[in-house]
Write a protein of this length. Structure first.
Length: 152
């Protein structure tokens, strides 16, 4: 897991060409202004999803993991926190679905909370549990970009 400022994204070019392209997308006005939907950049190997939603309480959340894709998450507006914890602490709630590249896990009693706001990005590698879309203080309307990068 990595959390940093979008202004520092160029420092992470060594993580691979697709990661560098994905991070660069977060500074493009056309991407930031895109309406909700899925947008292919390099087919299913690199694409981004724009979503708008109301944040939810932590008590309503589950941790998720992906096996095939790395996530780069950034907010255009609003604030949320993303839960983070090692996989070995979690109990599976929903088995892995290969079509969705998604499995769900029950939250443990304690976990880290990453505050995400516009100007920051978070990277979650495959097999790194994260619980996005959580309310910081009060529910908040969020516009989010998630860049998905195939890593297998």
């Amino acid at each position: 897991m990595l959390l940093d400022q979008i202004d520092s994204a160029l420092m992470y070019g060594g993580l691979g060409e697709r990661v560098a392209i994905g991070l660069a997308l977060l500074s493009e006005e056309r991407v930031l202004q895109s309406p909700p939907g899925r947008y292919e950049v390099q087919g299913s190997d690199l694409f981004f999803v724009v979503d708008e939603y109301e944040t939810k309480p932590a008590t309503d959340g589950q941790f998720e993991i992906h096996r095939a894709y790395l996530d780069i998450q950034a907010l255009v507006s609003g604030t949320e926190y993303i839960g983070y914890t090692p996989l070995d602490r979690l109990i599976e709630a929903q088995p892995y679905d290969e079509q969705k590249d998604l499995a769900f896990y029950q939250p443990p009693p304690q976990y880290s909370r990453l505050a995400l706001r516009p100007g920051l990005f978070a990277i979650f590698w495959p097999h790194e549990p994260h619980m996005p879309c959580r309310t910081v203080d009060t529910p908040c309307r969020v516009k989010k970009i998630v860049v998905k990068i195939r890593m297998e």
